[in-house]
Design a protein around this ligand. Structure first.
Ligand code: PLP
Length: 398
């Protein structure tokens, strides 16, 4: 009997080491990693610069708590403010905590405006985490079922539909809008840039906070630091995590303007949040992204992958849509395809399937063009074979 709690359906493999976009299992077999720890290993595995910084920091100072000033945290906050246009940062350890901080900022902001029961507009198919507040904000019944009563104070509308948000404005308790500019868990659903601009205008008009969850899509994956930068807007609040520490757990809630002044000492906190080790890893990640020109690489390799997928699967029955931006890509099929993750593993490739029917690719930002071509040459035949199978067709009809 395993003593690990039964919360994941895991694939039958255990990795012992990695290098760049490659992983090796216990038997010495090599795998091309196109999922990067679910958008976490920004710099790939065992990046020498990151490893050096982590080792040095661990040898000097791991943790002191937020009872004291933390030099690395202050430096990281400065750097994040510079690349994002935000004013300040609350540090935590994960994406759900970053979203929890955002939700608390919105509620406190509402109370300070005299709104007694502040509510936040959230989207269908969104994912914000698995704590009680963030699963309540999440637009997926599977994530919520069994954990009722949900946390109140969320008004749900369809994604990418600004008219629906405009209609929600009739509710005077609304104080904020929370949106992923590209929904990750929800199936790689891209918002239009006009939608983001319209949301910004609507929030300005009503005095709401625009809270942009960049936990999965942010930090360089689409060729800019953050997706909202493609739309030329600034959010008021931005939760961020996953790729920030390139594998060392760290989350952050960035805020701007009034939102940045909402919390006061005693309102929020975290024992581990922003400790010297995590912040040193995040600083090293950001520096490496700049030094290695990884934003441009993400855009270039992402464009190659998207074109390769579209060309390789063109006209194929069963392919609903191939979409993505930079190194965040989805292939939606007309049938459940979870089995493809296992088939890819057998073929030496790590991918993931979300929402049952969407193959998801989230490779490290260091992926090279030759590696992207290897990815295509392994994945495309698997998808073609899968769609050609009578069993898969039957499953689609069922
Ligand atoms: N927000 C988004 C957009 C996510 O994709 C995720 C995780 O997938 C989260 C929040 C939650 O992050 P974590 O699992 O680190 O709590």
């Amino acid at each position: 009997m395993s003593h690990v709690m039964n919360t994941y359906s895991r694939l039958p493999v255990s990795f012992v080491r990695g290098e760049g976009v490659w992983l090796w299992d216990e038997a010495g077999r090599r795998y091309l990693d196109a999922i990067a720890g679910i958008a976490v290993n920004t710099l790939g595995h065992a990046h020498p610069g990151l490893v050096r910084v982590i080792a040095e920091q661990a040898g000097r100072l791991l943790h002191v708590s937020n009872l004291y000033r933390i030099d690395e945290q202050e430096k990281l906050a400065d750097k994040l403010a510079a690349i994002s246009g935000m004013d300040n940062a609350f540090f935590c350890n994960s994406g759900c905590e970053a979203n929890e901080a955002a939700i608390k900022i919105a509620r406190l902001y509402g109370h300070k405006k005299g709104v007694e029961q502040p509510a936040i507009v959230v989207m269908d198919k969104s994912f914000h985490g698995r704590t009680l507040a963030t699963l309540s904000a999440t637009g997926n019944r599977k994530v919520q079922a069994g954990f009722e009563p949900l946390v109140p104070g969320f008004v749900r509308v369809p994604f990418n539909d600004v008219a629906a948000v405009r209609r929600a404005a009739a509710d005077s308790s609304i104080v904020a809008v929370l949106v992923e500019p590209i929904q990750g868990e929800g199936g790689i659903n891209l918002s239009s840039m006009n939608y983001l601009r319209d949301l910004r205008a609507l929030c300005d008009q009503h005095g709401w906070l625009l809270m942009v969850d960049e936990v999965q899509c942010g930090l360089g994956r689409t060729g800019r630091w953050f997706v909202y930068q493609h739309a030329g807007i600034l959010p008021d609040v931005m939760p961020l995590a996953k790729g920030l520490g390139s594998g060392v757990p760290i989350g952050v809630c960035l805020a701007r303007g009034t939102a940045a002044q909402t919390f006061e000492p005693g309102n929020h906190g975290s024992t581990f949040g922003g400790n010297p080790l995590a912040c040193a890893a995040a600083l090293a990640t950001l520096e490496a992204i700049e030094r290695q020109d990884l934003l441009r690489n993400a855009e270039r390799v992402g464009t190659l992958l998207l074109a390769g997928l579209r060309e390789g699967l063109a006209g194929l029955d069963g392919v609903v849509e191939i979409r993505g931006h930079g190194l965040m890509l989805g292939i939606e099929l007309d049938r459940p395809c979870g089995v493809l993750a296992r088939k890819a593993l057998e073929a030496g490739l790590l991918i993931n399937v979300t929402m049952d029917t969407v193959i998801r690719l989230l490779p490290a930002l260091v992926m090279q063009e030759t590696e992207a071509r290897q990815l295509l040459s392994t994945l495309l035949p698997l998808v073609r074979d899968f769609l050609a199978q009578p069993a898969a067709a039957a499953a689609a009809r069922a």
